[in-house]
Design a protein. Structure first.
Length: 144
C-alpha cells in the first residue's frame, strides 16, 4: 500500500468511490478543482486507487473534507493510513490543527478519528441531510 498526492490520473476512480460512499458525492470536476490545493492524498494498492483523504488549508488550519475508501477495501487499515499520512504532512506544513465533521451515528468513523488522536470539540446541529443528523466536530491539535 502506498499513499501518493492526488493527481489527474486518480480522478475518475475517486469519483466512483465518492458515489459509492456518500449521499452527496463530489464530482470529478470538484475533485479536479482541488488538485494542487491543500493536502489531498490517494491510497494505491498494486497500482489501483482504493481511497483518498482531502484536507483544505487556510493559513495554519486544516479542514478535512472527505475520507473515502472503496467499499470492497474497507476494514483493512487504509483510512487509518491515509489519516496518519495526512496528519504527518499537516505537521510538516506547520498547521496548528486539523478538524472534521462526522455523522453522529457513524461510530466506526468516530472511533477511527479518536484512535488517530482527534478529540470531540463540539456538535453541529442538523449538519447533515438525507437523513437529517447532527455532526460531531473533531479536531487534532498539532501545536501546543
Amino acid at each position: 500500500m502506498t499513499v501518493v498526492p492526488m493527481a489527474e490520473r486518480h480522478l475518475t476512480v475517486l469519483e466512483a468511490i465518492e458515489k459509492a460512499c456518500f449521499h452527496a458525492p463530489w464530482s470529478e470536476k470538484m475533485l479536479r478543482e482541488e488538485l494542487g490545493n491543500g493536502i489531498f492524498l490517494v491510497a494505491e494498492r498494486d497500482g489501483q486507487t482504493v481511497g483518498y483523504v482531502g484536507c483544505q488549508t487556510v493559513l495554519d488550519e486544516g479542514y478535512i473534507t472527505n475520507v473515502a475508501v472503496s467499499p470492497d477495501c474497507r476494514r483493512q487499515g487504509i483510512a487509518r493510513m491515509l489519516i496518519d499520512t495526512l496528519t504527518a504532512q499537516a505537521r510538516e506544513h506547520g498547521l496548528a490543527f486539523v478538524t472534521l465533521e462526522a455523522r453522529a451515528s457513524n461510530a466506526p468513523a468516530i472511533a477511527l478519528y479518536e484512535g488517530a488522536g482527534f478529540v470531540r470539540v463540539g456538535v453541529r446541529k442538523n449538519f447533515y441531510t438525507a437523513p437529517s443528523e447532527d455532526a460531531v466536530l473533531m479536531t487534532l491539535f498539532l501545536k501546543e
